[in-house]
Design a protein around this ligand. Structure first.
Ligand SMILES: C[S@@+](CC[C@H](N)C(=O)[O-])C[C@H]1O[C@@H](n2cnc3c(N)ncnc32)[C@H](O)[C@@H]1O
Length: 222
C-alpha cells in the first residue's frame, strides 16, 4: 500500500458535487477554490493574507454537528469569528434563519463570504475586526459566537481567550470553537474548562487522520 492511501483526505459525510465549482453539504452550498472569481482573487493583490484562502475541514465537521440542532439554533443572533469564507455563518443563516455577522481581521475574505451568501440566497453582515477589536458592548448583541480553526498560534489563542472572557461575562449563551487539536487550541480548552461551563467533544469522522475537537462554552461564569 502506497503512502497516498495513508494520507488521503476523508471526504466530509453527505458532501456532494453540484457542479464543477459548487459542493453541497446538509442542504447548504459552497464554492471550491476553482471557482473563477475566487481563483482570480487568490491570484491577485486582494488574496487572503492569513490562511483564509480555502475552506478548512473543521468547519464542515461543525456543520455536520450543527445540523442535528444540538441546542437551540433557530433565529439566534450569531457572530462567526475568523470566518474566512464564512461557511458556518452562511449555513446558520440559511438552515436556521439566524441573523448572522461574519467577521475576520482580513477584509480580503469578506467578498468571498458575500459570494457564499448570494449562492445560498441569504443575507449576512460582514465585519472587518480582530478578536481584540470586538468590544464587550458589541458582543452583547449575540446569542452564539463560533469559529473554526481560529486558534493556531499563541497570539491567536491569547486574543481568543480575551474575547471569550468578554463574551461569557455578557449575555452570549453558546461559544463554539472547533479545531483539529493544535497545541494552542488544547491550551485554550484547558483554560476554558477551569473558568467556565465548558466541555470538549470529539466530532465524528477524521480529516487528514486528525480528530476534530469542539470546545463548547455555555454562558455564565462558574
Ligand atoms: C485557518 S483560517 C480558518 C477560516 C475559516 N474559519 C474556516 O474554517 O474555513 C483562520 C482565519 O482566522 C482569521 N484570523 C486569525 N486570527 C484572527 C484574529 N486575531 N482576529 C480575527 N480574525 C483572525 C484569519 O484571517 C483566517 O481567515
Amino acid at each position: 500500500m502506497g503512502l497516498r492511501f495513508l494520507f488521503v483526505r476523508s471526504p466530509a459525510r453527505n458532501m456532494k458535487m453540484i457542479s464543477a465549482h459548487v459542493k453541497e453539504i446538509h442542504g447548504f452550498q459552497y464554492f471550491t477554490g476553482n471557482h473563477p472569481e475566487i481563483r482570480s482573487q487568490n491570484r491577485s493583490k486582494r488574496r487572503p493574507v492569513e490562511f483564509g484562502n480555502k475552506v478548512w475541514a473543521s468547519s464542515l465537521r461543525l456543520i455536520g454537528h450543527l445540523q442535528k440542532a444540538p441546542f437551540e439554533l433557530r433565529e439566534r443572533r450569531v457572530l462567526e469569528i475568523g470566518c474566512g469564507w464564512g461557511l458556518l455563518g452562511v449555513y446558520l443563516a440559511k438552515v436556521f434563519d439566524c441573523e448572522v455577522t461574519c467577521s475576520d481581521f482580513d477584509d480580503n475574505v469578506l467578498p468571498i463570504v458575500e459570494l457564499h451568501a448570494q449562492l445560498n440566497k441569504v443575507t449576512v453582515q460582514t465585519q472587518k475586526a480582530s478578536f481584540l477589536d470586538l468590544s464587550q458592548e458589541s458582543l452583547d448583541g449575540y446569542d452564539i459566537i463560533l469559529g473554526a480553526e481560529v486558534c493556531y498560534s499563541e497570539a491567536a489563542a491569547v486574543e481568543l481567550m480575551g474575547l471569550i472572557e468578554k463574551a461569557v461575562h455578557d449575555r452570549v449563551k453558546d461559544i463554539l470553537i472547533v479545531d483539529p487539536g493544535r497545541p494552542d487550541f488544547e491550551d485554550c480548552c484547558q483554560w476554558a474548562q477551569g473558568q467556565f461551563h465548558a466541555k470538549v467533544h470529539e466530532l465524528p469522522g477524521t480529516a487528514n487522520g486528525k480528530v476534530t475537537k469542539l470546545l463548547h462554552i455555555r454562558g455564565g461564569a462558574l
